[in-house]
Design a protein around this ligand. Structure first.
Ligand code: SAH
Length: 256
């Protein structure tokens, strides 16, 4: 079934029934490229977490009119996951964004840290952010998410630590941290309704000074085990654990 994102105000209640109108570039894509015709069913998300199964009733005047058949069950994780990812080389960053969106992140914030190898020029930043946002949107569509995760502005590590200070759980993955007890303790605190920040360093890793700064900002650096994972593996490993825990909790079958 084809999946479209619309703005919440495009879901309109008319004479006791909900309708959604697809227009603009999406109309063109739906009618010309996908050749969607009246009678077909679509999945439409309003971007805030609500999904609707709709039936196309008319395709005319540059608009595709659909009726809502029913509201679908919420597909989003019951907590919000924010990935603060230090910049890594081009394709890897794109891959991380795509996979993190599949795993359920709400937001991804690119971070410049001490050992960041890639230099993102100021004038290229805007176009890069737009490209990353487009990758997030298509990954959200592909994985049938109800929300399109937002790609935040590029921050320095210090700014990112400050911003994430308001999160309930703050996981700073540090490759030189030893022992898993703190990791377990932090993971135990996660749960529905929480805001969870995940910090992952660049290819060159975090410096001891940066780990110290994280501690000063109230973060407890956590280990992901005795093996050094590549930057693109580390975030996904941690996000996968969080996703499964939250998904099980959503079905209320999680036991400590
Ligand atoms: N080049 C560094 C490794 C960087 S790994 C070195 O050889 O030491 C990139 C990032 O992934 C790290 O900064 C950290 O955030 C995360 N990471 C990788 N392995 C980890 C581990 N075992 N425990 C915690 N974090 C890890």
């Amino acid at each position: 079934m084809h999946h479209f994102f619309v703005k919440p105000e495009q879901i309109v209640k008319e004479q006791g029934r909900k309708t959604v109108c697809i227009d603009g570039p999406d109309f063109h894509h739906a009618s010309q490229v996908l050749r969607i015709r009246p009678g077909e069913e679509l999945l439409i998300s309003d971007g805030t977490g609500k999904d609707y199964r709709c039936r196309v009733v008319a395709v005319e005047n540059e608009e595709m009119l659909t009726y809502v058949l029913h509201e679908e069950e919420e597909r989003e994780l019951p907590a919000s996951l924010i990935l603060y990812q230090s910049l890594v080389k081009g394709e890897k960053m794109e891959w991380i964004i795509q996979k993190a969106v599949e795993l359920g992140v709400s937001r991804i914030v690119p971070v410049v840290s001490e050992n960041t190898i890639v230099k993102l020029e100021k004038k290229k930043e805007e176009s890069r952010l737009q490209r990353w946002q487009a990758i997030a949107q298509s990954a959200a569509k592909q994985s049938k998410r109800s929300k399109i995760p937002e790609i935040g502005q590029v921050l320095t590590l210090k700014e990112a630590l400050c911003e994430a200070g308001r999160c309930d759980i703050r996981l700073f993955a540090y490759e030189h941290e030893e022992g898993m007890s703190r990791t377990v303790k932090e993971l135990e605190k996660t749960g529905a309704g929480k805001e969870i920040a995940v910090f992952i360093g660049p290819e060159g890793g975090y410096s001891p000074k940066e780990a110290e700064l994280a501690r000063e900002c109230g973060f407890s650096p956590v280990s992901l085990g005795k093996r050094i994972l590549r930057a693109e593996t580390a975030g996904l490993a941690l996000l996968s654990v969080l996703m499964l825990k939250l998904e099980c909790e959503k079905e209320k079958i999680y036991r400590e």
